[in-house]
Write a protein that binds this ligand. Structure first.
Ligand SMILES: Cc1ncc(COP(=O)(O)O)c(C=O)c1O
Length: 453
């Protein structure tokens, strides 16, 4: 239906540029007027009808093709792709490689030896409430009470879901639409970027400095409507940066009076020595706060808690009722046992101290070797390198697996690049020292000696 398409495009064309036209196509798809398999009108027709040059239209089609929105095939012309067939491109690029390393530090997972012992919590299951009902509260009331009491701002209700990414998936599916602008941290968490790209939102990367999201860049981005800002308040993966209270307050001020929602992904809960700063302290009506228990209590517990403004929480809970309904109350009971048990609490505290010591040892030694690593906490370090590929390959040849930085980046990686190393997995001091030395050598491998071609 080329005529309908052209009218729809014209109505959505804000600026007569390639980007403007690409956004108009995105918005037309978002509004359901173009669907997978539809053919875009020929470039000449679009150019003539919308008073654009054919070069501008062809550049717009190229932009859309790069973002996976359309595909151009000589004979069939340019067709709209299925926007739901998202992939896990970045996640795979960041993590999937043969795990033949003596030290695989590419994974971003916690050290299994530092997870709390489940014995006591499992023993408590013998007296767990009945599990035979579809009708009980989706969240164990006693667990909800413990969570609400320890939330970073006053909330009346929390939901429990199957991990932070389940929370994120529910948010994305119910609150975001194709073509929405969404701010993410650059560098950020690759699976989150994959998830957002799978629904065709426009990602805007904002750099992270030592206090959190870069204020100037964020302010510039917010001049146009932004549906959501997704950030990690503590131990940002991959940089290890923790948002300061001062920065949070400034971000809250920028968001005052806007419809933008902030989604906070606190995956370092329990392991961070820093007090948690949440934008919910200033903007409770705009803040979705997610607390994952994967790093602190075990990824296979598959549990996270979340709070959200009532209108959003209703949507998320409603969507969930159509799917899995609730997170296993047996697992919720285990988590409750862990959160209320002194031994488990002490084990999580020990883990936090151990990760801090491991990270600090590598960062200090790297500094002595002239390699500055930012951030202050978490299980990862984000190491600037002269040549990313050369660094990954060199470390691999020494039996050390690290994640290349590119999949974590939204914008271009620049001339050198980074690698992410999960130093929290390295247990003894000698191994931490030799890891730091290997990283320092790798950081200056390739690309710097004037022989670049
Ligand atoms: C920033 C970030 N968000 C979310 C997750 C995943 O959390 P969950 O296991 O709760 O889905 C991770 C795990 O590595 C993470 O680093």
């Amino acid at each position: 239906m080329p005529h309908v398409t052209l009218t729809a495009l014209e109505a959505r064309l804000d600026t007569p540029s390639a980007k403007g036209l690409a956004h108009a196509v995105s918005a037309t798809i978002r509004d359901g007027l173009l669907v997978a398999g539809d053919r875009l009108p020929p470039i000449r027709t679009v150019a003539a009808e919308l008073a654009l040059s054919p070069t501008t239209v062809s550049a717009a089609w190229a932009l859309l093709a790069r973002s996976g929105t359309v595909a151009t095939d000589g004979r069939r012309g340019t067709t709209v792709l299925d926007q739901r067939s998202g992939g896990t491109v970045r996640y795979r690029a960041a993590l999937e490689r043969p795990s033949t390393f003596a030290h695989d530090l590419s994974t971003g997972v916690p050290d299994p030896e530092l997870l709390p012992d489940l014995g006591q919590a499992l023993a408590g299951l013998r007296t767990a409430p009945t599990t035979g009902s579809y009708l009980d509260d989706p969240v164990l009331p006693a667990l909800a009470e413990v969570l609400v009491a320890d939330w970073p701002f006053a909330v009346e209700e929390v939901s429990v879901v199957d991990g932070a990414m389940d929370a994120m998936d529910l948010f994305v599916r119910t609150q975001l639409r194709f073509g929405d602008r969404v701010v993410v941290e650059d560098p950020g968490f690759p699976p989150l970027v994959d998830l957002l790209e799978s629904v065709g939102v426009q990602l805007v990367g904002v750099a992270v400095d030592e206090e959190g999201l870069d204020l100037e860049a964020l302010e510039a981005t917010l001049r146009e409507p932004v549906a959501a800002v997704v950030l990690q308040p503590r131990a940002q993966n991959p940089t290890g940066v923790t948002m300061t209270s001062r920065r949070a307050e400034r971000i809250a001020a920028l968001l005052s009076g806007s419809p933008t929602v902030v989604v906070e992904d606190d995956s370092a809960a329990g392991l961070s020595p820093s007090p948690l700063v949440s934008l919910g302290q200033w903007r409770p009506e705009q803040t979705v706060h997610i607390r994952s228990f994967s790093k602190s209590h075990g990824p296979d517990l598959r549990l996270a808690a979340l709070s959200a403004p009532a209108r959003i929480l209703n949507d998320l809970n409603g969507r969930r009722q159509l799917g899995q309904g609730w997170s296993s109350r047996l697992l919720q009971q285990v988590l409750l046992g862990l959160l209320t048990d002194d031994v488990a609490t002490a084990q999580v505290q020990t883990a936090a101290q151990t990760y801090a010591a491991r990270r600090a040892r590598v960062v200090d030694r790297l500094r002595e070797r002239g390699v500055e690593v930012g951030g202050t906490e978490g299980i990862n370090i984000w190491v600037p390198v002269q040549d990313e590929t050369a660094a990954v390959v060199r470390l691999a040849s020494q039996g050390i697996g690290v994640a290349p930085g590119t999949p974590f980046r939204i914008g271009p990686s620049g001339p050198g690049g980074h690698v992410r190393a999960t130093v929290g997995l390295v247990r003894d001091e000698a191994a931490l020292d030799s890891l730091a030395d290997a990283l320092a050598d790798a950081a200056t491998t390739g690309g710097w000696n004037g022989r670049a071609r």
